[in-house]
Write a protein that binds this ligand. Structure first.
Ligand SMILES: Nc1ncnc2c1ncn2[C@@H]1O[C@H](COP(=O)(O)OP(=O)(O)OP(=O)(O)O)[C@@H](O)[C@H]1O
Length: 262
């Protein structure tokens, strides 16, 4: 079996007296997209942030998080980023008052050659909008900047948190297309609630429930089973939209349009 790029074992996180993760264990394959799924509030973001050493002050993360035989837990975030963990946070975190070019420049890593060619090949718009303030970009453009910024450097693994959240359907498709291309060269651990996007991108799936792993395996197996998707995610596996309101948890799967996710 190929060695996982990331092995999380018995990860427990306590924040503000709450035992949010209670012994989470899973692996991330060295290729493709491993998607971290689960209803709202089960601990998906907490998992990504713990891997990156971003558990808030006063909180505590225990267990092991390994890549290439090295322990990551307890190491400062900037070291992890330098070691090749790229993070695209849920709220995008672009510097609104700075231009696109300045946002990219800030992401350059000392001692490394920034891969502007790679970034502008994926996102020509970032090149064209270099002098525009990031705060005046649309949500989709800000997401492209957040992803582009990370791709300026070489990464062993990308951790991407809800990249399509709050975006219009057409932009969701664009973001999914970009991630699909990115995943051809670097493995991705993705938190995503849009099942059409999950269907398009995921090779492996890990489902969290109440701070524990409820299921892990091939994404096709999960998404192909109406029983599994209903019991684990609270949605049907088909393409028929399910009311997110009547089925709390994941957003309803969107009908596919030609060439990709809706
Ligand atoms: N800093 C914090 N202080 C207190 N509680 C927190 C903190 N961070 C997370 N939590 C709680 O931990 C639980 C898991 O949160 P987390 O954001 O990881 O869930 P999630 O699965 O990513 O949810 P969503 O799908 O809604 O983004 C939630 O109940 C949340 O309220």
């Amino acid at each position: 079996m190929t060695e996982p790029i990331l092995t999380v074992a018995d990860l427990s996180v306590r924040i503000a007296g709450l035992h949010i993760l209670q012994g989470v264990s899973f692996t991330v394959a060295p290729t493709g997209v491993t998607v971290l799924l689960g209803r709202n509030g089960v601990g998906k973001t907490t998992t990504l942030r713990a891997v990156l050493g971003l558990t808030p002050r006063g909180g505590e993360a225990r267990g092991t998080v390994r890549t290439g035989g090295r322990e990551l837990l307890g190491r400062p975030t900037h070291r992890l980023v330098r070691a090749g963990l790229g993070y695209v946070p849920e709220d995008r975190d672009v510097f609104a008052g700075l231009t696109v070019a300045e946002n990219l420049r800030l992401a350059e890593r000392r001692g490394a050659t920034p891969a502007y060619d790679r970034v502008f090949a994926l996102f020509p718009e970032l090149d064209r909008r270099g002098r525009q303030r990031a705060g005046s970009l649309s949500g989709g453009q800000q997401q492209m900047l957040a992803i582009g910024r990370v791709l300026l450097n070489d990464n062993r693994l990308l951790l991407v948190d809800e990249p399509t959240k709050g975006l219009a359907p057409k932009v969701v498709t664009e973001v999914a297309e970009v991630l699909e291309r990115v995943a051809e060269t670097v493995p991705v651990l993705l938190v995503e609630q849009n099942l059409a996007v999950v269907r398009r991108l995921a090779t492996d799936a890990v489902v969290l429930s109440a701070g524990r792993v409820a299921w892990a395996g091939g994404a096709g197996e999960l998404l192909g089973s109406a029983e599994l998707t209903r019991s684990l995610l609270g949605v049907g596996s088909g393409e028929v939209p399910v009311s997110a309101r009547s089925e709390p948890g994941l957003r309803a799967p969107q009908p596919r349009t030609e060439g990709g996710a809706a």
